[in-house]
Each structure stands twice: as structure tokens, then as C-alpha cells.
Write a protein that binds this ligand. Structure first.
Ligand code: MG
Ligand code: MG
Length: 279
């Protein structure tokens, strides 16, 4: 969908807190899902649990029904980059990496976050892809300060993943503004040039979400019309935070620590954490 020409909507401190509540519920949902992940489980099973969890907490799934999305979670395995549809046939296997993306809606605002879970014996080169993608998310967030431009965020992600680590960022899908709509202006690409694009101002809320391919950047859409996969079938990773631009710097409204805490207790999942050496 094209969001070009749409105006950015700046949020009050109160509105940012409502978005934070959603983002924290998204991360609690991802933590809950992460606590149960294991080989043999299906996408359908975790999707059902996630929807129940969100509704039990007084919210509704943010993706379900949006643009015709049939599910609460988007579960993208291995060569799937994003927008994978959870199903009965999607059976998790030892060595899988699963990007699980989730949104919620309550109190008239959305929340959005994603994390790539490494299930069982994941290859070291794939773990490294995940670490680098996760690290690039934080390098992007560091640039989300008042007076910088979207291109500063984009450049930081692209520079680290492509120039330093020789991976490829996906061009067709981007991060986005978020608020009373799941997708608002501005687009936040994971590639770009420093000093270009819209100026970041206080009250802007954006989802920053690097999608990084181990091999080439080209992707295609599967026949389900949803799942985006790498053309070369090599794995892709995806991590996402929603952040607010404030006068005190970027305020990360989602919280991956909630997820990491739960998966540390799950012997089937290898946590990807920020402190790991990635140089
Ligand atoms: Mg998302
Ligand atoms: Mg998003």
C-alpha cells in the first residue's frame, strides 16, 4: 500500500502511553508464544493461543481483518521474510527461525512488535544473521532523535547489515508510522541516505523493523498472496520495535526483554539478545 502524501500525525504524551500499553501487550503475547515454542507445534496452535491471550487482556488482535489478514500472528519461517500465515500445515521443526509479528488494538490505538525466535539446533550462520538484524534495529533506534531525518534511521540499518555484514535488506517492505491506524506516514525504509526524508519531530511514533536476508535482497510473494519469501530461499530475520520520538531521545514503547525472559526458560529456543558480540 502506498502511504505517500499522507501527513504525519504527532501524538500527545497521553496518546503515547496508550500506544505503549498496546506494545507491551504485544510483547507479552510474543513472550507467551515464545514460552511454548517447540518442534512439532503448529502455526495454527500458537495463533489460537495468541488471540485468546490478547482478548483476555481486553484488546483485539491488530492484524486480523486488516487488509483481509486472516490471523492474529504473522509467522514467517526460515526463507519467509514476513507476512507468513500460521496454519495447521505449518509445523515447526528443529533448526527453524520464526519471525513472529503481532499487533493489538485497544483504547483506539494500535501496538506492533516482532521478534525472530530460533528453535532448536539453529546453524551458527543463521544465529549470526539474527544477532546482526537485532543489533541493526537498535542502531536505527539510536538515530530516531528530534531533528534527524528518516534517512538517518534507514542508513544506520542498511550500513550495518549490508556494508559491514554483507547481508541484504528487503526493499519492498518498510517500517511505518503508527497510532490510530496500524500504518501511518512516514514510511521507514531499512535502506536510505543520511539527511534525507521527513524530519523526525517530538510526538512521532514509528515502527522500526529491519528485514534482513542472508543472501540476495530479492523477494517474491507466495500463492497465498501473503507470505513474502527470499527468491534465493536463504533465511531472513526480522525484529521490530515501536518507538516514540521525544525530546529526551527515542522511547522504546515495546519491550523485547519480556520475550527474552520467557524464552530463557524454554530449552527449545535460543534467545537473541543485544549484548552479543556481532562485529
Ligand atoms: Mg509488526
Ligand atoms: Mg510493523
Amino acid at each position: 500500500m502506498s502511504r505517500k502524501g499522507r501527513r504525519m500525525i504527532f501524538k500527545t504524551a497521553e496518546e503515547i502511553e496508550l500506544i505503549r500499553e498496546n506494545c507491551l501487550l504485544v510483547c507479552k503475547t510474543l513472550a507467551y508464544v515464545g514460552s511454548m515454542l517447540k518442534p512439532g507445534l503448529t502455526g495454527e496452535e500458537i495463533d489460537t493461543k495468541a488471540e485468546e491471550f490478547i482478548r483476555d487482556h481486553g484488546a483485539i488482535p491488530g492484524f486480523k481483518g486488516l487488509y483481509g489478514c486472516p490471523s492474529t500472528l504473522l509467522v514467517s519461517r526460515n526463507e519467509a521474510v514476513v507476512h507468513g500465515l500460521p496454519s495447521k500445515e505449518q509445523v515447526f521443526e528443529d533448526g527453524d527461525i520464526l519471525s513472529i509479528d503481532c499487533g493489538t488494538y485497544m483504547n483506539e490505538f494500535y501496538g506492533d512488535a516482532a521478534y525472530t525466535f530460533c528453535v532448536g539446533e539453529v546453524k551458527e550462520e543463521t544465529l549470526q544473521l539474527c544477532r546482526v538484524t537485532n543489533e541493526s534495529l537498535y542502531l536505527g533506534i539510536e538515530q530516531a532523535v528530534v531533528g534527524n531525518r528518516v534517512g538517518d534511521v534507514s542508513f544506520a540499518i542498511q550500513n550495518y547489515t549490508e556494508r559491514v555484514h554483507k547481508y541484504s535488506v528487503v526493499r519492498e517492505l518498510v517500517g511505518h508510522g503508527l497510532g490510530k491506524s496500524m500504518h501511518e506516514a512516514p514510511d521507514v525504509p531499512n535502506y536510505g541516505r543520511r539527511g534525507q526524508g521527513p524530519v523526525l519531530k517530538e510526538g512521532l511514533v514509528i515502527a522500526i523493523e529491519p528485514m534482513v536476508n542472508m543472501g540476495r535482497k530479492e523477494v517474491r510473494t507466495l500463492r497465498d498472496d501473503w507470505t513474502i519469501v527470499t527468491k534465493d530461499k536463504k533465511p531472513a530475520a526480522h525484529y521490530e520495535h515501536t518507538i516514540a520520538v521525544t525530546k529526551d531521545g527515542p522511547d522504546i514503547l515495546s519491550n523485547h526483554e519480556l520475550i527474552i525472559e520467557e524464552i530463557r526458560k524454554n530449552p527449545n529456543v535460543i534467545p537473541i539478545v543485544r549484548e552479543q558480540a556481532v562485529s
